[in-house]
Every structure is written in C-alpha cells, then in structure tokens.
Design a protein around this ligand. Structure first.
Ligand code: PLP
Length: 370
C-alpha cells in the first residue's frame, strides 16, 4: 500500500465487503441485515460506507438522528433507513425524507401519529422499541395494551419492525441476563405480532449478539462495529478486518538535551538525549488530550513511539529515540496490526470513542483493492 503524505483516514472497502460476507455467513439465509451507519459510520464516512453496502445488497440502514438520515438521502441512498433516536421536532422532516422513526415511548408515539396524520400519511412505517433491561430507550412489556389501542385509533402508521437492544451480549459472564432479555423480547414481540395480524420484522441482536446468540437472530440483526471491524473482543481480531486506518507523517524531528522540555506547559522533560517527531494531528482531529504524556502511542517503521508532552490542537510529539526514521516518514496511528482497540485501551478508553472522534478535517481516502 502507498505511504501517506499527510494525515489521512483510509477507508478500505475490500475489508468492508469481507466483514459483511463474514457476518452474513453467520445468518440463516432469510434473516435480514441492518447496517448501523450512525456517527459518520463509526467515524469513517457514512455516505461512502452506505453507498458500498447498498451496492452489495444490505437490507436496511440505521442512524441515530434524523439529520444523519437526511444526509444519506441527499447522497442518493434509497435503502430503508431506521432512525434510532429521533426527536419530535424533526418528525416532519423525517417523513419528507422517508426516514423511519424508532418509537420508544408513549410520548413519541403520540407525537409521531399527530405529525403523520397532519401530513395525511397512511401506513407510514415505524419501529417499536422495547426495553428488556438496557434501561435506555423503549416501551415496557406491559405497555402492549396501550400501544395496540393507539394503533387501532389511527391509519397513519404501520409497525414495520419490533426491536430491542442487548446490554451485554459481548460478555460471557452476563449470559444469564442476556437470555432473560431474549426471553422477555420473544414474549412481547410474539404477542404484538399476534395482535397486529401482520408480521413486522423482529430484531434484537447487535454484532456480538449475532456472534454469541444465534437463537436470537429473529428475522433481522443489526451490526455496526462488525462491519467496521473493530472491537475489544478476540472474535473481531480473528475474523473481521478493520475498515478504517488512521495514518500521518513526521513533519519535523528534534533532539532534546537532558533537562530540556517540550510542548505546552513544558509538560515533558527530557531525562537524557531524546529524539522527538512532530506529527500533523491533534485534539482538533480527534486525538484527545488523555492520549498525551505517554498514555498513547503510534507506530513508526514497526516500532512503538509514545506521545510525549501534551496533545496540542493540531500537533502531537512522539518519542522516536532509537527508532530508525526520518522527516516525511509514515506514522501509523491505527491500522490492521496496531489496532484502534489497543491504542484506545492503553489510554483508558474504547475503540468506538477513538474512531467516532476523528474530525471531518482528516482527509478520507477510499481503498477499494489491495
Ligand atoms: C449502535 C447500535 C447498534 C450497533 O451495535 P454494534 O455493537 O456496533 O453492532 C445496534 N443497535 C442499536 C440500538 C444501537 O444503538
């Protein structure tokens, strides 16, 4: 692969196809796959990711907010889009852009019906979310009567899917809790299906749910991190390939004498002769200050180089003492060998936070063959 000449986030569509096919291979052929492309496709680029997945046949997309769905529609995405966390103020634009709201409470249900009726909608597709233990968003099991009454009183909406979300599907120690969630959802979803008289899509699994709970695939599964190929679990590293790689270059090399300091607030003091490299990447690009002062490391010519001093807005300095390198050389922040999970973990966070923080000013470069 070509070496980069500035800070870039490479988006590897070959890896995306690989991950998609791997996850599909875990599903019965009739089970649909929904791709979660919220938060700029977990920090990569939602439009690039969604266009590729649409081309290779994904069934559904989900975003968190209506604004993210509008951006996909404006880029020409035609596949159905579920909006996981909509607000009533955006319901009219959701309808205008054919975005399907996740209905998670009586207030949201009432508000959406009001807007759908005033826009003369008939059978507008909505998704019913049940809380089975995550305690974040969703109706409770005992809200079913209320929901059915509300549905009988209007023709404006129809239930396109019924969903719930697992709290700890990646954690084998929480198996008992997860099974309780699955059983609760089975009960509620089958009751709704029985009373509706038509069959909505039913889905509960996220990526680790797909891998660990095949009995809970129902008729669709949702995956985010599985498509992007990052995670803190072994399974991701063994079978999935990271779609995004963040790379930069060495702008300048300095040699510090013993006792010399570096960076703002003179946060680093050299105890011997220290060779440092300055990189065009800072907290405004998404590498937060908590990576500073040796909590984070990058890779230069195969060797670990720890961040020294404070992370600046547009620059980071790394310790390259003993590393054979020169100005203009490539620096790997994360890729398939030095994973986002490992650098995030070293700085006390998780790969999702590192990835979703990469700011829009970092150039996105698409790789579509190897
Ligand atoms: C973000 C999200 C997902 C995707 O989870 P992954 O672990 O990344 O697969 C699925 N469902 C809901 C409701 C989400 O918010």
């Amino acid at each position: 692969m070509n070496k980069v000449k500035e800070t870039v986030l490479e988006i590897n569509l070959v890896h995306l196809t690989h991950n998609y096919n791997y996850l599909k291979s875990k599903l019965q052929p009739e089970v649909k796959l929904l791709a979660v492309v919220k938060a700029a496709g977990y920090g990569s680029d939602a439009v690039i990711i969604a266009r590729h997945l649409e081309k290779i046949g994904v069934d559904y997309f989900a975003v968190a907010y209506v604004s993210e769905g509008i951006a996909l529609r404006e880029a020409g995405i035609k596949t159905p889009i579920l909006v996981l966390h909509p607000q009533p103020v955006n319901f009219a634009s959701a309808i205008k852009y054919n975005l399907e709201p996740n209905i998670y409470s009586a207030r949201i249900l009432k508000e959406f019906i009001k807007v759908a009726e005033s826009e003369n909608q008939k059978g507008y597709p909505v998704h019913l979310k049940f809380n089975t233990g995550l305690n974040r968003l969703g109706f409770w099991e005992n809200d079913v009567d209320y929901i059915m009454d509300a549905l009988e009183a209007t023709e404006s909406i129809k239930i396109q899917s019924i969903l719930s979300h697992l709290a700890a599907s990646e954690d084998h120690n929480e198996k008992e809790f997860t099974i309780t969630q699955i059983n609760s959802f089975k009960k509620t979803s089958s009751e709704i299906v029985k009373r509706l008289g038509y069959e909505p899509i039913v889905h509960q699994c996220n990526t680790s749910g797909i891998l660990n709970y095949p009995e809970a695939h129902f008729t669709m599964v949702r995956t985010g991190i599985g498509l992007y190929g990052y995670g803190n679990e072994d399974i991701y590293d063994r079978h999935l390939k990271p779609v995004a790689s963040l790379k930069s270059v060495i702008s300048q090399i300095h040699t510090l004498e013993p006792g010399e300091t570096l960076g703002y607030n003179r946060a680093y003091t050299s105890d011997g002769y220290t060779k440092t490299a300055t990189i065009p990447l800072g907290h405004a690009d998404g590498i937060g200050r908590h990576y500073g002062n040796k909590n984070g490391f990058f890779t230069v010519n195969g060797q670990k180089a720890f961040i020294v001093g404070n992370v600046c807005m547009d620059m980071i300095m790394i310790d390259i003492t003993g590393i054979d390198c020169k100005e203009g050389d490539e620096v790997i922040i994360f890729d398939h060998t030095d994973t986002a999970a490992s650098i995030a973990e070293n700085a006390g966070t998780i790969s999702y936070e590192l990835l979703t923080a990469i700011s829009p000013r970092v150039k996105r470069v698409v790789i579509d063959n190897n």
